[in-house]
Design a binder for this molecule. Structure first.
Ligand SMILES: C[S@@+](CC[C@H](N)C(=O)[O-])C[C@H]1O[C@@H](n2cnc3c(N)ncnc32)[C@H](O)[C@@H]1O
Length: 586
């Protein structure tokens, strides 16, 4: 993972002090009564702050952190589990009953937004009121967007499940939402009433389909989704299934665009006119029996549905099913190559985090955390796999095996944070360069441990990580790759400990541990010189005089070679000179 954000020691110390002081202050306030707010003042404070935030965003021309100089800071490491009780089983409470620094387990608040929303890079907040017109601040941390819209802005009314009432880092009382499933949005629209006659129903369903198509044309995805859903509700009551299938096919496309892959898959399958047998069954789908009796229009429509089903399955990392659906599409339309699947682009947003557990500062790929939480929250089938198959330090508390309630999927964001912290990789180029600071999470590759003497290396093709063997691997031998390729022993150990939480004890590290301090220092100095040279070559600057560069590389390799004890390093790689050796081979 790239870690290329630099803070001065004073800045880091200031963030750490604020985070730790704020945590200990909160601990002293547990159970204290809430101080009521004056509604008018609270609302005008939020209105002013929203105006300032909008003006700030406008003057920067964006709403995200523009560069590393304004990297946001986040406190992490005080995990608590999401609510796993459906809203209808929770007891109602009022804002007046809130206690400070308390999770109100077993209770819910029903609130209406009473102010504009103040949107920031990693949090947004607003004032809300309950039925008794009590006013309080509500803050959504990090996972502020739902379907691309700020969740607090997307509606007027919300249910806060098991409210957590705490203080902001600045010491202001607030309701705090970390887990998206703890904030239920009360929908504005009611399902359409089904008219008495089929003719009328069909007319209304067609009208919804047309409205959906128009909204889609204007890229208003949520509006399109709403119209198609209303259309399907109506069309599914008709005696013939054709119209409902058409709208399912269209809604599948919208769901793909919204990254609602579970829904896109079930829509695509519901749209099939001649469904093949289940892809996981033993029946051969590509038999004559399955392809006969289809006119060309039907074949074309089903090919489209299979393409959509395959794309959704691909994004759900269900690769064998995706392959079968792509094959069905090809059987139906042999000449249609379809469109390439979209390459997932993950936000490169990073935040400086201070982890209260070990008091360490780290740069966290919070854009990736957001994307993973979003994908799981929108695709229930992914949650259990994500939570049970990936390793993270916080593995949840009571109820950690609950991944959905009647209100929808439950995603524990603290578990996701820790999973990403231990399993994310930067998308690096072949020369080790950081490709725009983006990071990704590959669930299968995440099962592979580190070794400084690896038998594979990572490569990237679009959004695919390819693990390529670099030497013969015997059956039963562990597949390993290198998380950090730094040639400097101390630097590598520091990176492995900070980013992945372990001390490497592989054969190479054991050999390097045996080096005298002076030798390590000398090698470290030479390795830094090598890094500078390679950076210059990558940037094209130093490359202008190839003969000089090569001569310097040769000299450095020879000097580095002298720092390795031949006997102890027999058969082991010389990491500090490895990349220079590659340069010399070119
Ligand atoms: C990407 S995961 C690797 C798979 C993980 N071991 C699992 O069981 O899912 C990274 C984590 O595995 C552990 N790990 C990986 N390589 C290791 C090594 N060489 N020595 C000790 N722990 C290692 C560390 O806890 C690290 O944070």
């Amino acid at each position: 993972m790239s870690n290329a954000v630099y803070l001065t020691e004073q800045e880091a110390a200031r963030i750490k002090t604020t985070v730790l002081n704020s945590a200990s202050k909160r601990a002293t306030l547990i159970g204290n009564a809430r101080t009521p707010r004056i509604a008018k003042d609270a609302i005008s404070q939020a209105t002013g702050a929203a105006l300032m935030a909008d003006m700030g965003a406008m003057s920067m021309g964006q709403t995200q952190a523009p560069d590393n100089s304004s990297i946001p800071a986040l406190a992490v490491g005080q995990p608590y589990p999401p609510c796993i009780v459906p809203a209808h089983e929770l007891q109602p409470m009022g804002l007046a009953d809130l206690r400070t620094e308390t999770h109100h387990r077993g209770f819910k608040l029903v609130v209406k937004r009473a102010s504009p929303v103040v949107t920031g890079v990693v949090r947004s907040w607003a004032m809300v009121q309950d039925e008794a017109e009590e006013t309080e601040r509500i803050e959504v941390v990090l996972h502020t967007l739902r379907d691309g819209q700020d969740v607090l802005e997307s509606a007027k009314e919300f249910v806060v499940k098991e409210p957590y009432f705490t203080l902001t880092e600045e010491g202001e009382p607030t309701l705090r939402i970390d887990h998206p499933s703890d904030l239920v949005v009360v929908p504005k629209d009611k399902p359409p009433a089904v008219p008495a006659t089929s003719e009328e129903t069909e007319k209304k369903a067609v009208a919804q389909k047309t409205k959906g198509n128009n909204a889609l044309g204007k890229n208003e995805l949520l509006a399109a989704l709403g119209h198609y859903t209303a259309g399907i509700t109506l069309a599914s009551t008709l005696p013939t299934p054709d119209l409902a299938r058409d709208i399912h096919r269209n809604r599948s496309h919208v769901n793909l665009l919204l990254q609602h892959y579970d829904a896109a898959l079930s829509d695509a399958l519901a749209a099939l006119i001649n469904p093949f047998p289940d892809p996981d069954s033993d029946t051969n789908p590509d038999t004559e029996q399955n392809t006969k009796n289809t006119d060309s229009r039907t074949t074309e429509l089903d090919a489209k549905s299979y393409f959509r089903a395959a794309t959704a399955a691909y994004h759900l990392t269900n690769y064998p099913t995706a392959l079968r659906y792509f094959q069905h599409q090809k059987t139906l339309m042999p000449t249609d190559r379809g469109a390439a699947t979209n390459i997932a682009r993950v936000g490169a947003l990073k935040a400086m985090t201070c982890d209260i557990r070990d008091e360490r500062m780290r740069v966290a790929p919070v854009g990736l955390e957001r994307a993973v939480v979003d994908r799981a929250f929108n695709n229930a089938s992914l949650v259990a796999r994500l939570m049970t198959e990936s390793f993270g330090d916080w593995d949840g508390a009571e109820g950690k095996g609950c991944f959905a309630t009647d209100d929808g999927p439950v995603v524990d964001v603290f578990r996701v944070h820790d999973i990403i912290a231990r399993n994310a990789f930067g998308v690096a180029g072949k020369d080790g360069s950081d490709a725009g600071g983006s990071a990704g999470f590959w669930p299968y590759a995440a099962l592979i441990n580190h070794s400084c003497v690896p038998n594979t290396q990572r490569e990237f093709v679009g959004d695919l990580m390819v693990i390529r063997a670099t030497k013969p691997i015997a059956k039963g031998e562990e597949i390993v790759h290198s998380y950090d390729e730094s040639g400097d022993y101390a630097e590598r150990q520091e990176a492995l400990l900070t980013m992945w939480g372990f001390e490497c004890t592989c054969v190479l590290c054991e050999a390097e541990k045996g080096d005298e301090v002076a030798v390590r220092e000398k090698r470290g100095k030479l390795a830094r010189e090598a890094d500078e040279l390679l950076k210059g070559v990558a940037a094209g600057g130093a490359g202008s005089n190839k003969r000089l560069v090569m001569a310097k590389a040769k000299r450095l390799v020879a000097a580095l070679e002298e720092t390795y004890d031949e006997k102890r390093y027999r058969g082991l790689p010389r990491l500090a000179s490895q990349r220079l050796q590659q340069l010399l081979k070119k």
